[in-house]
Design a protein around this ligand. Sequence first.
Ligand SMILES: [Zn+2]
Ligand SMILES: [Zn+2]
Length: 195
Amino acid sequence: MRTLLKGVPHALAQPVCDALLGEGIESRVVRPFTSFAGYGPTPPAEIVILNDDDTSRALSAAAECVLGLASQAAEEAEIDLSKLSPALRVACPACERELDPRLAVEGTIACACGARHDIVELIVNQHGPEALEGCTTTREAADDAPTLMHATVKCIHCGYELEGLARRGICPECGKPYDKAVCVLHPYLAAEFKK
Ligand SMILES: [Zn+2]
Ligand SMILES: [Zn+2]
């Protein structure tokens, strides 16, 4: 028996455990004892596997599962451009005209020069992802969405959000190589696996 992951948010623990079972890897979700039944956030869980020989297979199956959940959470997040700073402008990459992002229709902005651009891409390229802070709303209908947002894929070196980038590559922020499978599990890995 071996503790595979620690501090796993509630919304991730059971799906990961199910994914492991789906691969034929016997695992359990272990929750720390809680004193105030029903109050406060559900404490993070640990995932243990029963057979140590399954460790590397279990880590990759867990990574695939968390990556799947992360991309699902990203699809559910919507960007509300009306919450952008009123002063924020982007430049048309084709003609360099200044454009007001709030004039975008369904995520696309049309410039007077005839070019059409993905507005979120322009904002991120020209002002960085932090310009969208405060504009992301998660669909309220999805009850478990706030907890699934724990499954964001961040660079383990600098914390940059790797959303929308290739599975493996070079982090645009710090220039170090990343593998999303490693990134998603990194916050939950026991020290012995972190090398
Ligand atoms: Zn233009
Ligand atoms: Zn980085």
